[in-house]
Unconditional design. Structure first.
Length: 127
């Protein structure tokens, strides 16, 4: 029979992230809707409440991406530019990557990993 601990969230993993891999790139991804992400969404939304209520989907997407950069996508390793030079992590570079339509698959990977509950579960006894 499943134990309650098998469905508990590891709060530290949710906030500090877990390492995932995408096409050889290591990505540090925190849980979507973690506390920092919720704060960033609230702060980003404040000046635009009327437009959000009116259903401005482009604005919503912009706020979501800005909130994800630095609160959900927390870092990376083994990411290089086209000349083979390492790209250091920064919130600004993360946002640039999340906004680039040519990197939509990478963005979708980050979203999927950030929403995958299994990534943020407490370890069960004996594991």
């Amino acid at each position: 029979m499943p134990k309650l601990s098998s469905v508990r969230t590891n709060v530290e993993k949710a906030e500090k992230g877990v390492w995932t891999e995408y096409e050889g790139i290591r990505l540090l991804v925190a849980r979507y809707n973690n506390a920092a992400h919720k704060r960033a969404i609230a702060e980003g939304s404040k000046p635009h409440l009327e437009r959000i209520r009116a259903g401005d989907s482009d604005l919503n997407l912009t706020i979501q991406r800005e909130a994800m950069a630095g609160t959900v996508l927390l870092g990376w390793d083994k990411l290089e530019d086209d000349d083979g030079k390492p790209i250091p992590f920064s919130q600004e570079k993360a946002l640039e990557i999340l906004k680039d339509p040519r990197l939509a698959d990478l963005h979708e990977h980050v979203m999927a990993q950030a929403m995958a509950q299994r990534n943020f579960r407490e370890a069960s006894a004996g594991n």
